[in-house]
Design a protein around this ligand. Structure first.
Ligand code: TRP
Length: 72
């Protein structure tokens, strides 16, 4: 199975942070875009439909690989 059960946590550090889901499979395209305002959080998984997540804007991320900030 390509996906794991791990969740990633995204906390927006500014208004208008985008969390974009990209499709799994031969065709890699955006399938979902979520806007977060400052302080809002999203908890997400990689799934059968989602193989990559793009984050645009300043956000704090927590994943199994550690904690990182998208503004550095
Ligand atoms: N319906 C999508 C899916 O199951 C929802 C989703 C899961 C998603 N993880 C995501 C959307 C990450 C955006 C970013 O794959």
């Amino acid at each position: 199975m390509a996906e794991s059960n791990d969740y990633i946590v995204i906390k927006a550090k500014e208004d208008g942070v985008s969390v974009i889901g990209l499709t799994r499979g031969t065709d890699t395209r955006f399938h979902h875009s979520e806007k977060l305002d400052k302080g809002e959080m999203m908890i997400a998984q990689f799934t059968e439909h989602t193989s990559a997540i793009k984050i645009r804007g300043k956000a704090l991320l927590q994943t199994a690989h550690g904690e990182m900030s998208s503004d550095e």
